[in-house]
Ligand binder design. Structure first.
Ligand code: SF4
Length: 265
């Protein structure tokens, strides 16, 4: 597999600077998943996720919350990666699957409905890890794998968690397009690129429908770094209730992004 930084053999942590763990690079996607699920690098986020699982939301009082980091989900042969922000406290932090359990009309359902219309998902909702949802040609991951308070991870937490994305991508060999849901995800991806010293200045600005051609970077950097980068980074507003309830994000806007990717599947 040739992808970002796959030659690195260990993780680096900017959150736990003392006694930080040094991991071998996982040898399979399932091993990466196991490593993500057991990660404890960010004490603030781990504590928050466990606290949410104890207090719960009244509607979910009978649930045993997942309360662990949430790995990516989807088709290992995906050509398209969706990069979200982070698990929702009572969504993926409860269910253990990214963009799952956000409630009727929540982020997960809004996203999955668009993916279903475009033929990437076999269902138009995302309720529960056992709901039968399957993705074709697509993989979904979050920039930060633990739910952050107010959905605001710190820069150190984003940086620490990018190691997991990097490891996951090393086992997604066909990914050629990255769709960043929101500015934090967009910036996180650019931060990953910057680790290869291939980021242009000024930094590409996030916008809905903005396309950043990463192939140009590959041509510019010549023989430096790994041989392959995904071709495109596409910006897409996050499907948060705040955005969808106010009309900042509409189904038509999502159809424009995802139905435009049907040929990439
Ligand atoms: S946010 Fe990422 S790096 Fe931090 S504890 Fe969770 S999984 Fe680990």
């Amino acid at each position: 597999m040739t992808f970002l930084l796959v030659a690195r053999q260990s993780y680096h942590c900017s959150v736990k600077t003392r006694n930080r763990p040094r991991f071998r690079h996982p040898s399979s996607l399932s091993a990466v998943t196991s490593q993500i699920v057991s990660c404890e690098r960010c004490p603030r986020l781990r504590s928050y996720c466990r606290g949410i699982a104890e207090t719960k939301r009244a509607a979910y009082r009978d649930w045993t919350y997942w309360a662990r980091p949430v790995p990516g989900f989807g088709d290992p042969q995906a050509r398209i990666l969706i990069l979200g922000l982070a698990p929702a406290a009572h969504g993926a932090n409860r269910t253990g699957r990214v963009f799952t359990g956000d409630g009727r009309g929540g982020s997960g359902d809004f996203l999955m409905a668009a993916l279903h219309r475009a033929g990437f998902a076999n269902r138009d909702t995302s309720d529960h890890p056992d709901d039968g949802l399957a993705l074709r040609g697509m993989y979904i991951a979050a920039a930060v794998r633990c739910a952050p308070p107010q959905n605001k991870p710190t820069p150190d937490e984003v940086a620490a968690c990018l190691d997991h994305l990097e490891a996951e991508l090393a086992h997604l060999p066909r990914v050629d397009t990255v769709v960043a849901l929101g500015k934090i995800a967009w910036d996180a991806w650019l931060q990953l690129l910057a680790r290869q010293h291939v980021l242009p200045r000024p930094k590409p600005a996030f916008g809905h429908g903005t396309v950043f051609d990463m192939r140009a970077l590959e041509r510019r950097r010549g023989s430096r770094g790994p041989a392959h980068l995904p071709g495109r980074l596409i910006g897409c507003y996050h499907p948060s209730r705040q955005n969808t309830n106010t009309g900042t994000v509409t189904p038509a806007m999502y159809d424009e992004v995802f139905q435009g990717l049907v040929g990439e599947r």
